[in-house]
Design a protein around this ligand. Sequence first.
Ligand SMILES: [Zn+2]
Length: 115
Amino acid sequence: MPLHSLSHGAKQCTALTKRTKQPCKNPAAYGCKTCIMHGARKPETIKRGKDHVNFVHGRRTLEAQAEQNAASRRLQQLEDAMHLLGMTTAKRSRGRKANGYTKLTSLDDVKKLLK
Ligand SMILES: [Zn+2]
């Protein structure tokens, strides 16, 4: 049975319980996504980037990772372009492709890439 405050419009905690993996049934703390048992913090008080206590060098920040991902995607698409243009007969690189990568399949795609 849901708590009284939940039936009156309070948001429910978004955390999953560790033991049963079921959604927490507590109401979320005021202005937070989770209840006090699951580390309720207001979004504006959560420290990010340089302000975070575990920040060391900045190579793993969201911005740095997005930048790395974009560069990796660009490199993989340039490899596609080289194969399409017949510039190389080398084996394709293996492994996971970057997020957002779409394989270039025609010369029109290559032209769009180079613009
Ligand atoms: Zn909770």
